[in-house]
Design a protein around this ligand. Structure first.
Ligand SMILES: *Cc1c(COP(=O)(O)O)cnc(C)c1O
Length: 369
């Protein structure tokens, strides 16, 4: 599904020397590369603050902790997402309220979102799934009307952009009150282990986020709030400084591979290609097809038989997971989420795809009868 090896080979001297620099100083925690990386992140994203942490799940948790919510407050999430999004909500004894997604973009449905708001709703966590931004303009409007916090789960779409109706463009993760992202190796910007970051333009939130990620202290050994220990290692920051320089090139490579798939599969009878939205540039962290006629699983086995990997993101809706079904009434179903869990199939996409590989995959797909 991914080819991190070939990607590494191309930037090996730069990466190795960046890691060697860390080894030579032995500043493994809070080394200067971490500060450099945070500065590079603010430059790249246009966010006022970027605060690194240990992983994308922690980033979501720290974001929620910074909002001073109370036990039992409701937080709206899409039902079609990775478990981490709802997990941290439940972990903080908040209530994850799962709503349906748009069947075209796989992102949270604006009309369903509106319907889910109650007096107890305090926040919304739109997830920018598979590389594509949620429809943030109406989401921010709803947030303003109902005085709700917006935390963007940008783990899968780092580097994507959203254009507002007035023509201004912002990067994903910098539109809501807080944005969170992950540097897990297979994400758009991936390190060589775990990593994450939070983004905000709010001075007070930024200070609080930094304190929470650091045991609730601003001055050493003075703990003013309950926090946690969530840091990005210096070695990972050193790797990320190098990889951020190549991010645009890597995003272009993903886009090129997606264009090839789009052209080859535009009229394919068994599958529908991902939808492009005018004001949103898709970064294709995944290239996800909708397979028709209930033949998804059959196609997946067919591909496997020809040596082509494919993945189902996600096979089971959140509310049908044992960990989450207590948050919904018995028999609860979100129709679009149900349909997507039955029909989506992601095919390989990464920064090192070439025409030979792409042709083999698309020819094989088209030979399915
Ligand atoms: C990967 C991912 C996360 C979590 O990131 P980790 O760094 O693995 O903790 C959260 N949300 C979504 C949508 C993700 O894809």
């Amino acid at each position: 599904m991914v080819d991190l090896f070939s990607q590494y080979q191309k930037i090996k001297p730069q990466i190795n020397s960046a890691i060697q620099d860390v080894l030579d100083t032995t500043d493994f925690i809070k080394g200067k590369q971490v500060v450099e990386f945070e500065n590079n992140l603010t430059k790249f994203t246009g966010s006022k603050y970027a605060i690194t942490c240990a992983n994308g799940t922690d980033a979501l948790q720290i974001a929620l902790m910074a909002l001073d919510l109370e036990i039992g407050d409701e937080v709206i999430v899409p039902g079609f997402t990775y478990a981490a999004t709802a997990e941290v909500i439940a972990l903080l004894r908040l209530i994850p309220v799962m709503v349906d997604v748009d069947p075209k973009t796989f992102n949270i449905s604006i009309s369903e979102l509106k319907r889910a708001i109650t007096k107890k709703t305090k926040a919304i966590v739109p997830v920018h799934l598979f590389g594509q931004c949620s429809d943030m303009e109406p989401i921010m409007k709803i947030a303003q009307e109902h005085k709700l916090w917006i935390i963007e789960d940008n783990a899968q779409s780092f580097g994507a952009e959203y254009m507002f109706s007035d023509g201004t463009t912002k990067q994903t993760g910098t539109i809501g009150h807080i944005g969170s992202t992950s540097f897990f190796p297979t994400k758009n910007l991936g390190c060589f282990g775990d990593g994450g970051a939070l983004f905000t333009n709010d001075d007070i939130l930024a200070e609080k986020i930094r304190m929470i990620a650091n045991h609730g202290q601003k001055i050493k050994y003075h703990h003013s709030i309950i926090g946690c220990n969530s840091r990005l290692d210096t070695i990972q920051a050193a790797v990320l400084n190098v990889k951020l320089e190549h991010l645009n090139e890597h995003l272009n490579a993903r886009k090129k591979a997606a264009d090839f798939y789009d052209n080859a599969l535009a009229n394919w009878q068994f599958g529908q290609i991902p939808q492009q939205i005018n004001n949103i540039n898709h970064t294709y962290n995944q290239y996800t097809l909708i397979i028709k006629n209930g033949r998804r699983d059959e196609l997946k086995s067919f591909l496997a038989g020809k040596g082509i990997p494919s993945m189902i993101y996600y096979p089971i809706p959140l509310y049908k997971q044992d960990a989450f079904n207590k948050y919904v009434p018995q028999g609860f179903e979100l129709p679009n989420t149900e349909q997507l869990c039955r029909s989506v199939l992601s095919v390989p996409i990464h920064t090192e795809m070439n025409e030979d590989i792409l042709l083999k995959i698309t020819d094989t797909l088209k030979s399915f009868k």
